[in-house]
Write a protein that binds this ligand. Structure first.
Ligand code: 5GP
Ligand code: MN
Length: 345
């Protein structure tokens, strides 16, 4: 079955021409994505790695911190290097690369200490990302804030390079995964190309039903108990502003044996309330208090994350982290919300 892509820009941009030239001869390539890698970070990194390996490059994938056990099934993930676990190996991979791809982030603060290695590396740096306000550090910046996900962009980059035929089922599954996770299974931030990409990947043999089951229907009992606790005991709705706040304390982390990735997705439940336009999940982690923000329609949480919580992200999904007490962060958010949301009543 063949598909004709209707809406992809048919013109090869300068950036893609430059990238094409860089990939002519086999290279030592490092691919790096952001800390706490999500489905899009992992899918884009492993999908691009698979493609570049098919083109006979030597490729290593590095993540600053560990990934959630949900993603253990992804082919090739066991070969990736995690800076927090093997810092020297991760640094060496970056230092000896001739070409570094930075995927699904565009600010070096999102890769912790590896930011220095990337910044001072002599390698050519390529960023492929869909976040707002990319930093100008790369040699080649491929940025598309309209894209559903970095995975959608990786598909389009490979396609524009004339290599759609090099996308096998496993690369396709990695890329499909990031599209699913960044759009909440096609619920938000989609555009025609998102569905076209998905259609082509399914045509290649991607088992989308199986992928959805592996990602969303593979939870442990304790995940649902934690969700119940959040909804029953840790949710406050600011009726006057249409905002929902949830928080988890260090004690909650102990009581519910919360592991990396266990809190993913919980913030979205508050958006199920019709009135709620902004949802926030505040997490008291060992040294930092993390905040995850989500919004509906035209309300931007990116601004809130950037201005008040040292973070950033997208209009409808952003996050950040501050060194303060849980109580202070909750109070800061409550102070800030009226500046961003008009009173409803
Ligand atoms: P999450 O709430 O799932 O952790 O993050 C949602 C989105 O917010 C991410 O895709 C990312 O774009 C952004 N984000 C989360 N944490 C940070 C942060 O600490 N700094 C920046 N710049 N963006 C963040
Ligand atoms: Mn993404």
């Amino acid at each position: 079955m063949t598909f004709k892509i209707l809406n992809f820009a048919a013109i090869m941009t300068e950036e893609l021409k430059e990238l094409k030239d860089l990939l002519i001869l086999p290279k030592e390539i490092a691919i790096i994505s952001h800390r706490n890698p999500d489905g899009d970070a992992i899918g884009s990194s492993l999908g691009l790695a698979g493609y570049l390996k098919n083109k006979h490059h030597n490729v290593n994938v590095v993540f600053p911190s560990e990934y959630s056990s949900t993603y253990e099934f992804v082919r090739g993930i066991q070969q990736s290097t995690i800076f927090d676990l093997e810092p020297d190996k991760a640094r060496k991979i970056i230092d000896r690369a001739d070409l570094i791809f930075c995927l699904d982030f565009s600010g070096l603060d999102r890769i912790d200490k590896l930011g220095e290695n990337v910044k001072f590396s002599k390698a050519k740096k390529v960023v492929i990302d869909h976040h707002l306000d990319p930093e100008p550090f790369p040699d080649i910046l491929i940025s598309d804030i309209e894209a559903s996900s970095t995975c959608e962009m990786i598909f389009q980059v490979i396609d524009q390079l004339g290599d759609r035929g090099k996308i096998d089922r496993y690369i396709g599954e990695s890329l499909f995964m990031g599209i699913i996770t960044d759009t909440g299974s096609f619920k938000y931030h989609t555009r025609p190309q998102t569905y076209e990409t998905a259609a082509i990947l399914k045509g290649i043999g991607v088992d989308d039903y199986g992928l959805n089951n592996k990602i969303y229907n593979a939870q442990k009992e304790r995940h649902l108990r934690l969700l119940g606790h959040c909804l029953a005991n840790r949710m406050e709705i600011l009726q006057d502003y249409g905002a929902g706040i949830m928080w988890l304390s260090k004690k909650d982390y102990q009581d519910f044996d919360i592991q990396r990735g266990d809190t993913e997705g919980i913030v979205n439940y508050m958006l199920m309330i019709e009135k709620v336009k902004i949802a926030a999940l505040i997490l008291e982690q060992p040294t930092i208090v993390k905040i995850s923000l989500r919004s509906k329609d035209d309300v931007s949480v990116q601004e809130i994350a950037q201005k008040h919580f040292n973070g950033g992200g997208h209009k409808n999904a952003a996050g950040g982290g501050v060194y303060a007490s849980l109580k202070d962060v909750i109070n800061r958010l409550k102070r800030v919300i009226p500046e961003h949301l008009p009173k409803v009543n």
